[in-house]
Design a protein around this ligand. Sequence first.
Ligand code: KG4
Ligand code: ZN
Length: 336
Amino acid sequence: MILSIESSCDDSSISITQIKTKKIVFYKKISQESEHSEFGGVVPELASRLHAVTLPKILEEAKDFFPQLKAVAVTNGPGLGVTLMEGVEMAKTISAVLNIPIIAVNHLKAHIYSLFIEKETVFPILVLLISGGHTMIVKVESLNSMQILASTMDDSIGESFDKCAKMMNLGYPGGPEIEKLASQGDENRFNFPVPLSNSPLLAFSLSGLKNAVRVQIEQLGGAKNLSGQDKRDISASFQKAITAHLLQKSKKILANQNIKNFAIVGGAAANKSIREAFDLLCNKLNIKQHFVELKYCSDNAAMVGRIAIDYYLNNRITDYKNISTLVSKKRQTGEL
Ligand code: KG4
Ligand code: ZN
């Protein structure tokens, strides 16, 4: 079995997966959303302190499995340096004490492997990764071949949902709240611009849309003066523009690549309206859309465990003295 740890942002999670069957035999996640909500976003220092309390508690629950562990896997980036450290230090300790190797896992690749939790892999597949930290389309041909075809030039999708929510004092995380309000709003009340709609660039950009929402809120008298209906309509119109943007750029890439599998992963993949819009597109293009279980869209250790199985079977393991946290580089294209 492999024990996996995730602490790249505000979720403390540990999972234990059977190598042969890929089955999860232990899984737990403690989210810190309510602790960060009053700040309208994740406070790294607070997140780090909370991981230091919750990770050992979860580990205690998993200790009966220790004798069966063959490796320990941990997310070592990209993410928040001070929170990644909590998971990495715990993994190093487990590795040293149990004398088992460490498997360092890239967080974005783990999100891609959330598609294959308790399942076989499906390659080649085009993956739209939309999380709080990233927005990109990745051509995934194998465990070791993942190529970024397009990515965001500024904000990520999840981040823009969070910022839009913050502008309306809706708390953190903004995605689920905006989605809920949007379902009762009029998506045609505000005509927010669809980013890069007249540009041939195969890239995403969210900063202009965010600014349009800010200006609209100001025109309505500021956040304090927004009625419930205003908030619902802004949410719906904003979500409509984001969905149109994602569709427009993805459509071009899907049409150019002869790949018959597609999936959306990452926290914002939980958004039903985005999922449904892509379902229609995939049906039209005769492409099969694969789905991540809702509970595994946001950060979790199960996806870390799933990719770790494939690394373990390919002998991609390391020693605890040679692992560190990675500082992420902003990459527009190229190998993930
Ligand atoms: O993947 P994730 O848990 O963390 C990162 O790796 O960043 O993604 C978290 C992001 C947050 O920005 C959150 O607002 C967004 O996912 N999110 C959503 C929804 N649920 C979560 N965005 C849009 N619609 C949702 N239903
Ligand atoms: Zn994530």
